[in-house]
Design a protein around this ligand. Structure first.
Ligand code: F6P
Length: 536
């Protein structure tokens, strides 16, 4: 099957994507609608035969069966022996979901109600804090306990009518210092978000924030809440159970923003908007579970990704939201996609013989256009681009800005596809009055090979519902890609070794710390750093 796809790539390389549009049905046929999203993959070099082969591959890997196993609470995270049920967190009006024979939905809905009550109390001023009103919320967490909420709070800024949310993640004290500097401890609520409640960065930041709070507030822990699966650890930290929002180990960190980890989002935009976000995710779940594979948005987004990375060999993909408020989406997707699928062995522990997760990167347009698009258009490597854009923005009085944004987005995908050939470039240079060698040299600079693939996701407006759909779309894409490749997207053993070594190194970087047990390469750098700070 892979050989068949490779063969199709070999023959399709010479073909122009633009020529595929000689078939006037292509635009409609290589696109999928799902609720408020429209996904267009017509500007890829995938034709009907290739699509059929990709779908056959998905069938061969039992995508539908494995999807159903995931939704049914089977322990598909085999390396950790866990179910994968972030979908239960947005199963607002769905049926029972069982793990080990017990329905998890009553617990999920109870926690959602508890979050809503707390959010209402904070937003209304009933939960007042030492200053009489909470004006600011600081979420302390990292990875999945930071990136999703930080991304979503910014994305949903037009809906934010609650306290202002801030995010501290890095163990670098600069993050804590800069974030807390403008805040008043008396009017600040701190959320310590950590699935394990043992993550070094988060626990160090939480302790320093508690110390900061204690300088001005008599009972600092009273202005702390915790979000975790580790109840004993949250109690040990001094946060009473009524302000601990729990979840279960069947929610992976990078899939957790739909539950208590999303409390900062709820505090910012209110419980009803948060529920709309969940509804968007749930709508995508329904689509994913019911649409035929060829009309299934997450499946086709994944198959386009498989085609580009595993078959065509393009090493990276760029996610390019033409939506300034999705500034943090690329970082969020980096964790979602690369922590999930950036692996070299199968779920069974066998070495994989093909490339696995691609590098994901990006930046909102139009900013990226004035930074790295040069390489995307004229660099030697092909970077498949995933554009996304709203039909309209939230700023009615600035609608002309949004039209410029939309035009830029659509222009880029067209430019990537069509390019500009040498003859056209020569004509341009001749029109500028150039001749001979000067014309030739200048014309060459203006050639765009074109034939560079992209997809475009369009939605009416970035509402909570639409954001929910987009995030669930990408989550399921990760599932489909990982399943096709035979890997377990839900563990992350690759982050462990560095953590272990950092613990081992911690005493050595202290003043007078012994470096003799360190590898010579590291010991040398520790000595250099110590000498720079005057300890050496
Ligand atoms: O970096 C590894 C990781 O375990 C991520 O998967 C996770 O999102 C992050 O650390 C934070 O973990 P926790 O929520 O347990 O603090």
């Amino acid at each position: 099957m892979w050989d068949d796809l490779s063969g199709q790539y070999a023959t399709s390389r010479a073909r122009k994507i633009a020529d595929l549009f000689d078939d006037t049905a292509r635009g409609a046929e290589f696109a999928i609608s799902a609720d408020e999203l429209f996904f267009d993959y017509s500007k890829t070099n995938i034709d009907r035969a290739t699509r059929d082969s990709l779908i056959a591959l998905a069938h061969k890997q039992n995508i539908a069966e494995r999807r159903d196993q995931m939704f049914a609470g089977e322990k598909i995270n085999t390396t950790e022996g866990r179910a994968v049920l972030h979908t239960a967190l947005r199963n607002l009006d769905g049926g029972a979901v069982h793990v080990d024979g017990a329905d998890v939905m009553p617990g999920v809905l109870d926690v959602l109600d508890k979050m809503s009550d707390f959010a209402d109390a904070v937003r209304s001023g009933r939960f007042a804090g030492a200053g009489g009103k909470i004006t600011d919320v600081v979420n302390i967490g990292i990875g999945g306990s930071d990136l999703g909420p930080a991304m979503a709070v910014l994305a949903l800024a037009p809906y934010a009518d609650g306290p202002k949310c801030h995010f501290i993640s890095n163990v670098d004290g600069a993050d804590l210092a800069d974030t807390l500097a403008p805040l008043d401890p008396k009017t600040t609520l701190v959320l310590v978000a950590s699935k394990t409640f043992t993550t070094l960065e988060t626990m160090m930041n939480a302790q320093s924030a508690l110390d900061w709070m204690a300088k001005e507030v008599a009972d600092p822990a009273a202005q702390f809440a915790a979000i975790s699966t580790a109840m004993k650890e949250t109690a040990d930290f001094g946060i009473p159970a009524e302000r601990v929002f729990g979840f279960e180990d069947w929610v992976g960190g990078r899939y957790s923003m739909w539950g208590p980890i999303g409390l900062s989002i709820m505090l910012a935009v209110g419980p009803e908007n948060f529920r709309d976000f969940l509804r968007g995710g749930q709508a995508m779940d329904r689509h994913f579970c019911t649409a035929d594979l060829s009309q299934n948005m997450p499946v086709m987004l994944a198959l386009v990704g498989i085609w580009h990375h595993q078959v065509c060999g393009y090493g990276t993909r760029a996610v390019l939201p033409y939506e300034q408020r999705l500034l943090r989406l690329p970082a969020y997707l980096q964790q979602l996609e690369m922590e999930s699928n950036g692996k070299s062995v199968s779920a069974k522990g066998e070495e994989l013989d093909q490339p696995v997760g691609p590098i994901v990167w990006g930046e909102p347009g139009t900013n990226g256009q004035h930074a790295f698009y040069q390489l995307i258009h004229q660099g030697k490597q092909v970077v498949p681009c995933e554009f996304m854009v709203g039909a309209e923005g939230h700023e009615a009085e600035l609608a002309h800005h949004h039209r410029a944004l939309l035009a830029n987005c659509l222009a880029q995908s067209e430019a990537l596809m069509l390019g500009r050939d040498l003859d056209r470039a020569r004509i341009m240079m001749a029109e500028k009055g150039l001749t001979g060698a000067e014309l030739e040299a200048n014309a060459m600079q203006r050639v765009f090979s074109g034939n560079r693939p992209s997809t475009t996701l369009i939605y009416k407006k970035l509402t909570p519902f639409v954001l929910g759909q987009i995030i669930a779309l990408y989550e399921h894409r990760v599932f489909v890609e990982g399943t096709i490749l035979g890997i377990n997207p839900y563990d992350q053993w690759g982050v462990e070794l560095g953590k272990e070594l950092a613990q081992k190194l911690a005493p050595a970087v202290e003043e007078g710390g012994d470096t003799t047990d360190l590898h010579a390469a590291t010991a040398r750098l520790v000595e250099v750093a110590k000498s720079m700070r005057g300890d050496g």
